[in-house]
Design a binder for this molecule. Structure first.
Ligand code: ATP
Ligand code: FE2
Length: 332
């Protein structure tokens, strides 16, 4: 089976072709805002500008490996969640391809794609997933036909929270990696608000308090303290999800998962609980076309395709809205 998948929920336009076992090709064009954060309309214009050339290059690379457009079985695209204008641009490209090749469309939930690529590229089978990215922060695990959300942010995603704080501290976008670098030279921990409500998280208060703390503490100390506090919060919720579900694996997903300190803290927690900790290669953690193509492949093989009429995008598409047709109960 050959599936072409297109990702473009936010800053990254990326398309890939995969089979059950192989990544045939992936081509990416990244939108980099001139100033500040992501402007949805500018990002969508970026995607519109590069969509044709990305697909053309992808098909050319696939051809070199002996894969022709006529070999493709389906066109997958990220249907949501994400920025409306970006989603619509990518969906339009996907519809055109689907129509011209006469093959079905597959509407992929972006969050679930972050999970499935991790399960594909690591030994994880049935993990508790900590998915921390720009717009999303969720602790998820599969149960009875759905990816259930055990806990999530009540306001903004951890990545956006880090980016916002970084911007106020004068660091360039994206802030996550810069904060990580600054934190390495810290001398002391500064107390910051630790906010968990039930199994849910909140980062906006922490972000504001961190900006305030800059008036007294050094940038290094505040970056360090921000990371220690926010990461301890997400690790606590992941640990409680492990305890609830009785599962024995944790999978890290999403762009913030690139952070070494977060990995270290999760690894320690897993060791203490006798659970396995898995992280996919870095190129599969941030947004990428391969994760959409691969999840599309799983969906396609379980008959989960879309008619044109049902292919409208959904900017607030939820992880637990998806009927997980591709996992059979005996596997879990
Ligand atoms: P989604 O649509 O899934 O919410 P996204 O489109 O924002 O995600 P991702 O690539 O999953 O994209 O995540 C990007 C985020 O990851 C940014 O907020 C960035 O600051 C953060 N990030 C990247 N590297 C690091 C790092 N080393 N430490 C902390 N955060 C990081
Ligand atoms: Fe993402």
């Amino acid at each position: 089976t050959f599936i072409l998948g297109i990702e473009g929920t936010a800053w990254n336009l990326s398309a890939a072709i995969v089979t059950e076992t192989e990544i045939i090709a992936e081509v990416t064009e990244t939108y980099k805002p001139q100033v500040g954060g992501i402007h949805p309309r500018e990002a969508a214009q970026h995607h519109a500008k590069y969509a044709a050339s990305v697909i053309k290059r992808l098909l050319a690379e696939a051809k070199e490996k002996g894969v022709e457009p006529s070999d493709l079985d389906g066109i997958a695209f990220s249907q949501g969640p994400g920025l409306g204008p970006c989603l619509r641009t990518v969906a339009t490209a996907a519809r055109m391809l689907s129509l011209s090749l006469g093959i079905p469309l597959i509407g992929v939930n972006h969050c679930i794609a972050h999970i499935e690529i991790g399960i594909w590229r690591t030994p994880a089978k049935d993990p508790v997933v900590l998915y921390v990215s720009g717009a999303n922060s969720q602790v998820i695990s599969y149960m009875e036909g759905r990816y259930r959300v055990f806990g999530e942010t009540l306001d903004i995603g951890l990545g956006n929270a880090l980016d916002k704080f970084a911007r106020r501290a004068g660091l360039p976008h994206p802030g996550g990696p810069k904060i990580e670098a600054c934190a390495k030279n810290a001398k002391q921990y500064i107390h910051l608000p630790y906010v968990i409500k039930g199994m849910d998280l909140s980062f906006s208060g922490l972000s504001t308090a961190s900006s305030e703390a800059l008036k007294k503490g050094s940038l290094e100390d505040v970056c360090y303290s921000y990371q220690e506090t926010a990461f301890a919060m997400v690790v606590e919720v992941a640990e409680r999800a492990l305890a609830h579900t009785g599962k024995k694996e944790v999978l890290l997903a999403g762009g913030v998962g690139a952070n070494t300190r977060l990995r270290e803290m999760l690894n320690e927690m897993c060791e203490a609980r006798g659970a396995k900790f898995y992280v996919p290669e870095k190129r599969f953690m941030g947004d990428n076309g391969t994760m959409i193509a691969y999840t599309g492949l799983l969906m396609y093989k379980s008959g989960n395709t879309l008619t044109l009429g049902d292919s409208r995008v959904n900017p607030s598409f939820r992880t637990d809205d998806v009927n997980v047709t591709w996992i059979k109960e005996e596997e879990t």
